[in-house]
Design a protein around this ligand. Structure first.
Ligand SMILES: [Mg+2]
Length: 292
């Protein structure tokens, strides 16, 4: 079978070492809660196809053992488009649930629609007494209308307001204003400013979802690659920072190590499969097994 050779800072890793083989069974239930860009969608085409093929095989043979949750900054139209795609002939697996818009959306079902009963707390924190999501957004938009260095993103988000910002121009007073209004301002990649309901981000929303679904925290594996995934790792759940994780995330993890967050040498999708074995959800396949 074709296997990509993973590259790490230490050099080349031989194909026999890569965790790309799709045919190994789960030894206990797995709830895979994964970021998309750079993580589930990261790594080479062969590495992504290997992960997706493995997930399909598990669903076919051990369907009760797998729950797949996407946890992303992307919105629902992006996810609906994604699951219609294929990678090297392998369909992108459909998630059971989606935590989208940086934790401010929870969706599920065959049409990947928002689940209002699960979003009630998020919506309440967004509205802060306003009669609708839109009223809350209008008030925030007015509050930030004259702040320097901001340009609003033209996507119709529901429980967030998002801007592109100029790092050289942004005023610290802008973040203070957001905070004083009862919201959190999240900066990322020197480019994006997300105004989010207070206390809402990927990690807390995942915690809420797994409690609602009565899933055992010990079955959960979180995966990510950038700073907006830090809240996933801070849940204390088993985790993996994939091999291509950004420097800003790694320096935060170095400054305050999280013992259950594994740093995989493998990028994106290959890092996820590596972590499935590292955390004991499956046994790493031997070379003869990978060539079977
Ligand atoms: Mg990412």
């Amino acid at each position: 079978m074709t296997q990509a050779i993973a590259r790490t800072a230490a050099g080349l890793i031989t194909p026999a070492d890569t965790p790309a083989a799709p045919h190994f069974a789960l030894e206990r239930p797995l709830v895979l809660a994964t970021d998309l860009d750079g993580t589930f969608l990261g790594g080479s085409e062969a590495e992504r196809a290997a992960l997706y093929r493995w997930l399909h095989a598990v669903r076919e043979r051990q369907s009760a053992c797998l729950t797949l949750i996407f946890v992303t900054g992307r919105d629902l139209p992006f996810v609906r488009g994604l699951v219609r795609q294929q990678v090297a002939g392998v369909p992108v697996p459909r998630p059971d649930y989606v935590i989208g818009d940086v934790g401010t959306t929870i969706a599920g079902g065959s049409d990947i629609e928002p689940l209002p009963e699960l979003e009630r707390e998020i919506a309440a924190r967004w509205r802060r007494g306003a009669p609708s999501d839109e009223h809350a957004r209008s008030a925030l938009r007015a509050l930030l209308a004259n702040e320097p260095g901001l340009r609003e993103q033209d996507t119709p988000f529901r429980h967030r307001l998002s801007y592109w910002y100029e790092p050289a121009t942004l005023s610290s007073g802008t973040l203070a204003k957001i905070r004083a209004a009862g919201y959190d301002g999240l900066l990322s990649a020197d480019t994006f400013l997300d105004v989010l309901p207070r206390g809402v981000s990927k990690g807390p929303t995942l915690r809420q979802l797994i409690a609602h679904l009565r899933l055992a925290p010990d079955q959960v594996l979180v995966a990510g690659d950038t700073l907006n995934d830090l809240s996933l790792f801070e849940t204390g759940l088993r985790g993996v920072a994939v091999g291509n994780a950004e420097a800003a995330l790694l320096s935060r993890l170095r400054a305050r190590p999280l013992p259950r967050t594994y740093r995989s040498p493998f990028p994106g999708a290959a890092g996820i499969l590596d972590a499935v074995c590292h955390h004991g959800f499956a046994t790493r396949p031997t070379r003869s097994a990978t060539e079977a």
